[in-house]
Design a binder for this molecule. Structure first.
Ligand code: ZN
Length: 276
């Protein structure tokens, strides 16, 4: 593959099936495919059958899987639901292992109206409960902080600082952080946090895209690197200077780009990546 460190998230090319995405990525020399749970749905959802089938599809295309995306969603008001969510995450770890994915990415969840520090306690407990499973599966857990605009209902972890605090508390080699430029570019502590994470060997992923100005939708208006206001190249350089040598994962949710031919979109992704 020409682009040995370039991966694309299946949700980036959401209109394509997993099989079509794998073929289209491989045709363009893209070496990695980060598989979203949604991409497994048409194969039967989270199940042994779907895992085997997805692995076959990805292997046939000659691709690797940086990450299974996404588990987490620990925040619920009652203990029974929280325990069920942890069990769901355990199944995702098994799925990631079956796919030979390096990491399971966690979007940790949020419960509107609950104090955020209490919620972060639930997240810490949830991740702690998964660690033995991560060990037996040998899959890394990557906490992904989400931009504060998602603090109400998607993620109570909004800064690398908060993700790093959980990593340091639980202190396990399989626990780290996925850095998504879309979520953390604004953080005044970004450079310092990247250095701290890197020094501890806890950078488990780098997700790239760009922030369109003005942003018209909080979820589905990301854009190609170079088309927005994030200095993606600078953040990538800082992450690499901190010791990260893993994948560059393109993760773009965009109503505009989902509406065009996905092969054309992938050509633009490769061009945007090359210009970084
Ligand atoms: Zn991401």
């Amino acid at each position: 593959m020409k682009y040995k460190r370039l991966a694309v998230h299946t949700q980036t090319t959401r209109p394509l099936s997993l099989a079509d995405a794998a073929t289209a990525y491989a045709d363009r020399g893209i070496a990695g495919i980060s598989v979203w749970v949604e991409a497994l749905e048409s194969l039967g959802g989270i199940s042994e059958h779907a895992t085997v089938e997805a692995k076959r599809i990805v292997d046939d295309a000659g691709l690797k899987i940086p990450a299974l995306v996404r588990g987490g969603f620990f925040c619920a008001g009652d203990a029974t639901t929280r325990a069920r969510r942890i069990d769901e995450n355990r199944r995702l770890l098994e799925t990631a292992a079956g796919l030979d994915a390096e990491s399971l990415v966690l979007v940790v969840g949020a419960l509107p109206g609950e104090p955020l520090d209490r919620q972060r306690g639930w997240v810490r407990d949830g991740i702690e409960a998964m660690i033995a499973d991560a060990e037996s599966c040998n899959v890394r857990i990557a906490i992904e902080p989400l931009h504060p605009m998602y603090a109400a209902d998607k993620s109570c972890i909004n800064r690398i600082t908060d993700a790093r605090a959980i990593c340091e508390l639980l202190d396990h080699r399989l626990l780290g952080v996925a850095i998504d430029v879309y979520h953390v570019w604004w953080d005044p502590d970004l450079s310092r946090e990247i250095k701290l994470l890197g020094a501890a060997g806890r950078i488990f992923g780098l997700h790239v895209c760009d922030w369109r100005v003005p942003t018209r939708d909080l979820l589905t208006d990301r854009t190609l690197m170079g088309e927005g206001c994030i200095d993606v190249g600078r953040i990538r350089d800082e992450v690499e200077a901190a010791g990260f040598d893993g994948w560059h994962e393109v993760e773009i949710f965009s109503d505009d780009y989902w509406a065009i031919d996905q092969g054309e979109f992938l050509d633009q992704i490769v061009a945007s990546y090359e210009s970084l």
